[in-house]
Design a protein around this ligand. Structure first.
Ligand SMILES: *[C@@H]1O[C@H](CO)[C@@H](O)[C@H](O)[C@H]1NC(C)=O
Ligand SMILES: *[C@@H]1O[C@H](CO)[C@@H](O)[C@H](O)[C@H]1NC(C)=O
Length: 331
């Protein structure tokens, strides 16, 4: 007996409706489960990592410190730079950051470059710069390299979970933001954490620049895609934040421990999941206007990545609603 015969035999209209609803629900949740399983919310295995420090010419493998342990009181700020094929852009960013750090907080900082499986020798280039151009001391700059590309979210997560400092900043390698604006983020986060040093987040925001030339100069299609994505973020993501995507975000150790072990997304949409987790855990977030200029050579494929971001966003929201993603269970 075929399915159609069976369906015809079901005379009751209500029952038919119920059945089709159940079938659609099964298909949708089946797709969701497959999609979620294909995501890999896990830290990289030891074999997938290489650690490098500027300590001598040779590669030094070391165990990374964990952010869940006691930090190093001597280090105030850890700067995590997710990098993929960045030999062309990272020098400007590092120069900006290091010249600021050396004056503002001498010896109280570290830089962690997370090389997300670059193919252009980004790791070696950064180590060379730190020895020969910046003449850094041992431990001031470390490189962690993924043997395979995982995505920016995965790189930021790996970096922040292994910092030594009291605060962890992640900053894009393109140098689009002015590094000294970290001052403003530090001031804001200190206000939020108060004397009890509760978890707090301060994020850079470009929202105040929305009507300037930087936006007008973009192509129509680019603006359209960004507008669509912003709308989706507003509907499915977070509403209380104007600029979720800025690559300049500061967390204290408490916030890193409360957010990053639970982060599922490794792709471009991870910024939104970070903020979703912070809001769910009632961690205060300060949105701080920073200066920023557009830099060429974005690693985003606008059409493909926008669509993936939209899909990921809906999946994340659904997964939290259906309790598939939990914010109290490490992944
Ligand atoms: C990264 O660099 C390698 C080698 O230069 C190149 O083959 C590859 O296409 C680059 N990947 C991207 C996404 O630019
Ligand atoms: C976010 O946008 C709203 C509306 O444009 C504005 O009132 C608010 O001040 C903005 N907040 C920040 C932090 O930029």
């Amino acid at each position: 007996m075929g399915l159609s015969v069976l369906v015809e035999q079901i005379q009751n209209v209500e029952l038919k409706k119920l059945l089709s609803t159940v079938i659609i629900a099964l298909l949708v949740s089946g797709y969701l489960v497959v999609y979620l399983l294909s995501h890999t919310p896990r830290l990289p295995f030891k074999e997938e990592l290489e650690f490098q420090t500027i300590d001598g010419e040779s590669v030094v493998k070391e165990n990374l410190p964990s952010v869940s342990e006691q930090g190093d009181d001597d280090i105030l700020l850890s700067v995590v730079v997710p990098s993929y094929n960045e030999t062309k852009r990272i020098l400007i960013m590092l120069r900006d950051a290091i010249s600021y750090l050396q004056v503002r907080m001498p010896r109280r900082w570290e830089i962690v470059i997370v090389d997300d499986g670059s193919k252009d020798g980004t790791s070696d280039y950064c180590l060379k710069l730190s020895r020969e151009v910046f003449r850094l001391e041992k431990g001031q700059l470390r490189v962690v390299k993924f043997t395979k590309n995982r995505g920016k979210g995965g790189a930021v997560r790996q970096g922040l979970l292994h910092i030594r400092g009291r605060y962890g900043l992640f900053a894009d390698a393109d140098g689009a933001s002015k590094f000294s604006d970290v001052d403003r983020l530090l001031t804001s986060i200190e206000k939020l954490e108060g004397s009890k040093l509760q978890a707090a987040v301060a994020i850079g925001s470009r929202a105040h620049m929305v009507n300037t030339d930087a936006v007008v100069e973009r192509s129509f299609i680019r603006n359209l895609l960004m507008y669509g994505l912003h709308t989706l973020v507003f509907v499915f993501g977070v509403r209380s934040i104007n600029d979720t995507q800025c690559g300049f975000k500061l967390f204290n150790r408490q916030a890193i421990n409360a957010i990053f072990p639970y982060l599922h997304t490794e792709g471009w949409i991870f910024d939104v999941e970070i903020l979703m987790l912070a809001l769910r855990k009632r961690i205060p977030i300060a949105e701080v206007p920073i200066s920023w200029h557009e830099v060429d050579g974005s690693k985003m494929d606008l059409a493909r990545d926008s669509i993936n971001m939209a899909k990921d966003l809906v999946v994340i929201r659904m997964a939290y609603i259906l309790h598939i993603y939990k914010d109290d269970k490490e992944c």
